[in-house]
Every structure is written in structure tokens, then in C-alpha cells.
Write a protein that binds this ligand. Structure first.
Ligand code: ADP
Length: 189
């Protein structure tokens, strides 16, 4: 199995931008569960109809549903050939356990925690001035992230594949740090 890289980071950490740059350099397939769910909502599929209300309320879609769509996607030939960057999955330890089952012995190759302090991501989100970026909404999303992610960091730490990358600095500086770590990991696979 080619590289399976997981990227974790707070909203506003620059995760999306860096994920695109990583995929452009390494050729990984980008799998964002948020994007997949939004596409299903747009297309009006059964999954989309179910997911919409949950997403609108700011809650997490059920583990069973998410695990099934990721399992199916990860088995497809493009990912089997090029590797994958998972963005937004896993989000719970149940999802992480399922991922380990899907991948078998090798498990995920690398989990990157793109670390940007809460104060900085809050400033960034307030500065971009999106409608849903009120101070209260930002604080609530970050609180949820903290609650759901801390156990995941411990999970990846236990598997021995967690690396934390400082997300402060220019986009280029952060990308260089990420690339160093990915290079190290890929050469040992
Ligand atoms: P954000 O980082 O702002 O939460 P995403 O695009 O990653 O945005 O996700 C949007 C929404 O999709 C989430 O709020 C949640 O309802 C749902 N979602 C995405 N990924 C998952 C997941 N792995 N498990 C459960 N729900 C998810």
C-alpha cells in the first residue's frame, strides 16, 4: 500500500492550503470527508439528505456512514496507486480504529498535527470575515475540535506515527517543514 497520510489541524490552521501543496508535490489523492459530504448534499443523494441536517447543526455525521464512505474510497485504484492524504478523517477514535482495520498491518504511514495556537487561528478566522465566523461560533468550533482531537492525537502517538509541525510562519516555511517530514517518512516505507 502506498503512503496513507493523515492531516490534523484546527480550523484556520492553513491545513487546506498545505494539503493542496502536499498533493501537488507528492501526487497523493486528496480525500476530504467534508468535501465528499458537501458533494453528496449538492447531488441530493440519500447520503446527502441524511448528512445535511447533521452538518447544518454543526454535529458530526455518524461513524458508520463516514467509515463506509471512506472504506469504499480508499479501496479505489487511484488511491491504491498513488497514496492518499486524509483530511477531516478520522475525527473520532472509532473512526481511527476503523481506519486501522481498513489498512491492515501497515496502518497509516504518518499523521501530521499542524499546530497553530488557538489565539492565532481565532485572529485569522475573524480577519477573513466570513458570515459564519462570529467570535462565538469560532470559539464553539474550536472547543469541539479540542474535544474530538485530543484523543486522536493520543491514538496516533500510540501507533508511533504522529508528528507535530509548527504551523506558524509563511506558507512556504510551513510547507518546507511538512515536506521534510513527509520525505523522511516516505524513504523509510
Ligand atoms: P470543518 O473543518 O469546518 O469541520 P469539514 O469540511 O471538515 O469542515 O466538515 C464539515 C462537516 O462535515 C462537519 O462539521 C461534520 O458535520 C461533517 N464531517 C466531515 N468529516 C467528518 C467525519 N470524519 N466524521 C463525522 N462528520 C464529519
Amino acid at each position: 500500500m502506498p503512503p496513507v497520510v493523515v492531516i490534523l489541524g484546527r480550523q484556520g490552521s492553513g491545513k487546506g492550503t498545505q494539503a493542496e501543496r502536499i498533493n501537488a508535490r507528492y501526487g497523493f489523492i486528496h480525500v476530504s470527508t467534508g468535501d465528499m459530504l458537501r458533494a453528496a448534499v449538492q447531488a441530493g443523494t440519500q447520503l446527502g439528505l441524511k448528512a445535511k441536517a447533521v452538518m447544518d447543526a454543526g454535529n458530526l455525521v455518524g461513524d458508520d456512514i463516514i467509515i463506509a464512505i471512506v472504506a469504499e474510497r480508499v479501496g479505489e485504484p487511484d488511491i491504491q496507486a498513488h497514496g492518499v492524504l486524509l483530511d477531516g478523517f478520522p475525527r473520532t477514535t472509532a473512526q481511527a480504529d476503523a481506519l486501522a482495520n481498513i489498512l491492515g498491518a501497515g496502518g497509516p504511514s504518518l499523521a501530521i498535527n499542524l499546530e497553530v495556537p488557538i489565539e492565532t487561528v481565532t485572529e485569522r478566522m475573524l480577519a477573513r470575515g466570513r458570515g459564519d465566523d462570529t467570535a462565538e461560533a469560532i470559539a464553539r468550533r474550536l472547543e469541539l475540535y479540542e474535544a474530538e482531537t485530543a484523543p486522536l492525537l493520543a491514538w496516533f502517538q500510540n501507533k508511533g506515527c504522529l508528528r507535530t509541525v509548527d504551523g506558524l510562519g509563511t506558507e512556504d516555511e510551513v510547507f518546507a517543514r511538512l515536506a521534510d517530514i513527509i520525505d523522511e517518512t516516505i524513504t523509510t516505507l
